[in-house]
Design a protein around this ligand. Structure first.
Ligand code: SF4
Ligand code: SF4
Length: 135
């Protein structure tokens, strides 16, 4: 099973299309919504992770393109160097999808890669350059 992170950009004309529902129902894809911002009169953005067979993902993305929704594939990844990290927590509140948190018992930083949308906010926030975006 493949996993891809994508950004869908909706216009006011297609903002009300139930795209995620159709991807699940018609293309048998597993979907995890990482971030959503919608303003019906302006359009919106949806950041999500798709999981499924290669063919299903390709066909699902073709369908999304055909109805006029913009698609951007997130090909970058974020690398966290645990050895450099001093668990200061400066990167936590700046993360829009709740990837970063301090473990309640150990006070060590936890990094939930599955939720990361590679926005780069934490890279700039870290005083020790312990986080990098790689291409
Ligand atoms: S790049 Fe950093 S701030 Fe952005 S989503 Fe990933 S962990 Fe959070
Ligand atoms: S800002 Fe840098 S040093 Fe501080 S917790 Fe985050 S990754 Fe670790």
């Amino acid at each position: 099973m493949l996993s891809k992170k994508v950004i869908f950009t909706f216009s006011p004309q297609n903002v009300e299309r139930p795209v995620t529902y159709q991807l699940i129902k018609d293309y048998n894809l597993w979907i995890n919504i990482l971030q959503a911002k919608f303003e019906p009169s302006l359009g919106g953005k949806l950041v999500l992770e798709l999981k499924g067979e290669d063919k299903q993902i390709k066909e699902g993305l073709n369908f999304v393109r055909q109805i006029g929704v913009g698609i951007e594939l997130l090909e970058q990844e974020v690398l966290w160097d645990e050895k450099k990290c001093i668990d200061c927590g400066a990167c936590i509140s700046i993360c829009p999808t709740g990837v970063l948190s301090l473990d309640k018992e150990t006070f060590k930083l936890k990094f939930d890669y599955e939720k990361c949308i590679v926005c780069g906010n934490c890279v700039e926030a870290c005083p020790l350059q312990a986080i990098k975006v790689i291409f």
